[in-house]
Write a protein that binds this ligand. Structure first.
Ligand SMILES: CC(C)[C@H](C(=O)O)[C@@H](O)C(=O)O
Ligand code: SF4
Length: 424
């Protein structure tokens, strides 16, 4: 019987010829990542078990993104603890407060390659599956095991295949595709499954748009999101590695022709409309026109879902076309990384955001989870390009978050209310 890409990656990483869903395997880890919030727990667990040396100081990536620059004494203490650990263990890849969100920084610096196994102490590690790796979020204590041994056990997941064909309509983006999928599947409809996205629509997407899709696999319970590597993937990865001195050999893997999926969804791209995930669940997905007209207080354009150059471009185009943002709406723009920020700066995008009265912040998780700034007060309504809209996610339990694409979010910023970008 044929194997899916995920099965083949896990088989190779555990030294087996064949694996099937449900098998327990011990896999070798190619890259392991912790950030400023999850790292301290991993380090303290290592200390508790008297582990003196990590398994490989060149395969661990440590990065600060959630609370940067430190916004509290607690955050500053976490940073100190992690900086000390980096020195003590001679960790080769350490990115202090300046680089941006882990799920953009790792791919762009060449830390993710097709066919590899990547674990991160962050639930959106599934993002990296857009590059054809098996990538998944794990807990900080499991991460301590990885830091100590370079291995971790996995139950081989079943795979759901989303076959997406046809062309997306104008004003519809990969964010609308993934939100629509989650609306159909439900927040727990893919629990512990690998969510594989394919078809000509995905093939035509940029790597950034693909990352938006795999990023949100966890929002339907997925163990990972994955897209088979193609020429675009290989070029992206090689370029990133060459640019940052992380060049290494990697062997891309694709699924077998006769691989078995637990479910297959056929999705027609031209039927997808601009949508919002409405409060307070990611699967509460409605067409923009169904909820249009509600006044809003804040718009957040950023995060590991939609803070990349193409997202910033899409947003500024809408704002510029309509001559600016509504007077009483706060718009927070956060590039996902320093590199994306610099590119946007060179293109003049940042200057335009500032000119129109948007607040442009340093690359970070920013307002995404209310852990840094852009916190919402009671009764406030926010349109966000991020990936979670749970009660209290960005501050007050009485605030409301509508998730949307950068085009839709920008349209709402222009109008000062929920709107379908085609109706501006
Ligand atoms: C802080 C971190 C553990 C958390 C996660 O794992 O996802 C955060 O990034 C989030 O998006 O909620
Ligand atoms: S940007 Fe948001 S979703 Fe992504 S890692 Fe940061 S807090 Fe988590």
């Amino acid at each position: 019987m044929g194997m899916t890409i995920v099965e083949k990656i896990l088989a190779r990483a555990s030294g087996k010829k064949e694996v099937s869903p449900g098998d327990i395997v011990m896999a070798k880890i190619d890259r392991a990542m912790v950030h400023d919030i999850t790292g301290p727990l991993t380090v303290n667990t290592l200390k508790k078990y008297n582990i003196e040396k990590v398994w490989d100081n060149e395969k661990i990536v440590i990065l600060f993104d959630h609370q940067v620059p430190a916004d509290s004494i607690k955050a500053a203490e976490n940073h100190i603890l992690m900086r000390n650990f980096v020195k003590e263990q001679n960790i080769k890849y350490f990115y202090d407060i300046r680089e941006g969100v882990c799920h953009q920084v790792l791919p762009e610096k060449g830390h993710v390659a097709p066919g590899e196994v990547l674990v991160g102490a962050d639930s959106h590690t599934c993002t990296h599956g857009a590059l054809g790796a098996f990538a998944t979020g794990i807990g900080s204590t499991d991460m301590a095991h990885v830091f100590a041994t370079g291995e971790l056990w996995f139950k081989v997941p079943e795979t759901i295949y989303f076959n997406i064909t046809g062309e997306l309509k104008p004003y519809v983006t990969s964010k609308d595709v993934i939100l629509s999928i989650i609306g159909e599947v439900g927040v727990d409809g893919a629990t512990y499954k690998a969510c594989q996205f394919g078809g000509e629509t995905v093939k035509n997407m940029s790597i950034a748009s693909r990352m938006t899709m795999t990023n949100m696999a966890i929002e339907m319970g997925g163990k990972t999101g994955i897209i088979e590597p193609d020429e675009k993937t290989i070029n992206y990865v090689k370029e990133a590695m060459e640019k940052h001195g992380t060049l290494r050999e990697f062997k891309p893997i694709k699924g077998d022709e006769d691989a078995e999926f637990s479910e297959v969804y056929e999705i027609e791209a031209d039927k997808i409309e601009p949508v919002f995930a409405c409060p307070h669940n990611v699967d509460n997905v409605k067409q923009c026109r169904e909820v249009a007209g509600k006044p809003i207080d804040q718009v957040f354009i950023g995060s590991c879902t939609n803070g990349r150059l193409e997202d910033l471009r899409m947003a500024i185009n809408v704002i510029e076309k309509h001559g600016g943002i509504a007077e009483d709406v706060r718009v927070i723009v956060t590039p996902a990384s320093r590199e994306e920020y610099l590119k946007a700066l060179k293109e003049g995008i940042i200057e335009k955001f500032i000119k129109y009265g948007c607040v442009v912040t340093n690359p970070s998780c920013s307002a995404c989870m209310g852990s840094l700034y852009g916190v919402l007060g009671p009764g406030e309504v926010c349109v966000s390009t991020s990936n979670r809209n749970f009660r209290g996610r960005q501050g007050s339990l009485e605030a409301e978050i509508y998730l949307a694409s950068p085009i839709t979010a920008a349209a709402c910023a222009v109008k000062g209310e929920l709107v379908d970008p085609r109706d501006l």
